[in-house]
Design a protein around this ligand. Structure first.
Ligand code: PMP
Length: 412
């Protein structure tokens, strides 16, 4: 029988603790998510029973480690709606995945004058690699702006994406505004102009069903730690024909077929990108996280987060002095909610909430161009996941009211 959403919480040992004598309310899931017992156990079991280097040995442990390492590739492919595990490249995370697309695909395909299109809501990891690529190739960066409601401006997108565009790279879901971008439409526009579509899926895959083919993506990046897996492991999915055209970026053991004194024959993708000993335990943990995610169901997670945000939104709006960034219609949002309380710096607010056991993030959220666009230097951000409850949204509201009382004596 299906578990009720509030029953999943018990699977996460870290959530049982108190912080500052208060029950921990963890609302920093956009930064990283907590790990269920199943993921912790899988990593422990791997080190206790199966640890060996992959692809190198014929002994039993090496075979077991290799089998698990490759089985997770197939799981990751299925998670993204594709059949071929060879389209899955293991990376350290989204940042590395996007860097590889820029450095390998970008540097071999872009000419001076080509254009790379991003949006104002991108995370630094979907800006800086492209700036670096533009500086090296003579390509030009262009940005799609946002509507007043904090959504991608599709009218502007039509103007910004042209025959000069070589790459469009956008987040599927924003780590600040909680909006989901119409990737399918943008990808169709990009392809119409002969450009490729790169998708930063860090804030999407953990929270909703994703099918990269349906989206029309050419590359898709994700981070294991944002979907209950360990840190230091992520995935770059790429179309086989594109991966095949890309030169490797790290040279050494594992990624070769044959090495001579002066020449080397590289393996086929994805292996030519995975030089040296990889984060095998991380891959095992990622596999357990994918199993857990599937056992709950991405649609159920999305629906749960929508309910939580719909519950929280009017309560937050009712607090005088609160500004919520992004769409003012909770139906248009994921479980990410950025806000400010007038007269209180978001860092002070986050510290005050921590005194009540409520963990939220404050800062620029690695999205400084977006902060500038919003006209703020920082925001507070509460971000929800499958183990959060309605009680957590109440705890947040109460903690904000406490903080307001403390900093402002309740007055404006
Ligand atoms: N893109 C988005 C939208 C993100 O939220 C993050 C993480 N905050 C990243 C990229 C980078 O992910 P990582 O640090 O795991 O590489």
């Amino acid at each position: 029988m299906d578990k009720m959403m509030n029953e999943y919480r018990a699977d996460f040992p870290i959530l049982k603790q108190k912080v500052n004598d208060e029950q921990l309310v963890y609302l920093d899931n956009a930064a990283t998510t907590q790990k269920p017992q199943a993921v912790i156990a899988a990593i422990k079991h791997y080190y206790e029973s199966d640890n060996a280097n992959v692809h190198r040995g014929v002994h039993t442990l090496a075979e077991r480690a290799t089998e698990q390492y490759e089985a997770v590739r197939s799981k990751a492919a299925r998670l993204l709606g594709v059949d071929d595990p060879h389209e899955i490249v293991y990376t350290k995370g989204t940042t590395e995945a996007l860097n590889w697309v820029a450095a390998s695909y970008g540097s071999t395909h872009l000419q001076p004058g080509d254009e790379i299109v991003l949006s104002y809501m991108e995370h630094h990891s979907n800006i800086v690699p492209w700036q670096n690529l533009a500086a090296k190739t003579g390509a030009k960066l262009k940005y799609i702006g946002l509507t007043e409601n904090g959504q991608l401006d599709m009218v502007e997108a039509q103007k910004v994406i042209t025959d000069k565009t070589a790459i469009v790279s956008l987040c599927q879901a924003s780590n600040v505004l909680g909006v989901v971008n119409p990737i399918q439409e943008i990808a169709a526009l990009a392809h119409h102009h002969g450009a490729i579509m790169v998708v930063d899926g860090a804030q999407a895959v953990p929270h909703m069903k994703v099918d990269v083919r349906e989206l029309g993506a050419d590359f898709y990046a994700l981070s294991g730690h944002k979907m209950m897996g360990p840190t230091g492991i992520g995935v770059l999915w790429g179309k086989k024909e594109l991966l095949a055209q890309m030169p490797p970026l790290e040279f050494g053991g594992e990624m070769i077929n044959n090495v001579g004194l002066y020449q080397t024959d590289f393996k086929e993708p994805p292996y030519k990108f995975e030089g040296g000993t990889q984060n095998i335990a991380g891959v095992v943990g990622l596999g357990a996280a994918i199993d857990y995610l599937n056992s709950v169901g991405p649609d159920k997670i999305a629906e749960h987060e929508h309910h939580l945000v719909a519950d929280l939104f009017p309560k937050l709006q009712a607090i005088p002095g609160i500004t919520i960034y992004g769409p003012q219609d909770p139906k248009l949002r994921t479980g990410v909610l950025s806000f400010n309380l007038a007269g209180v710096h978001p860092h002070d607010l986050a510290s005050a909430l921590d005194m009540d056991g409520v963990a939220v993030r404050a800062g620029h959220h690695c999205a400084q161009p977006l902060m500038e666009y919003l006209g703020v230097s920082a925001t507070a951000r509460a971000s929800f996941y499958l183990y959060n409850t309605k009680e957590d949204t109440d705890a947040l509201v109460n903690a904000i009211l406490d903080a307001k009382e403390f900093f402002l004596n309740g007055s404006f």
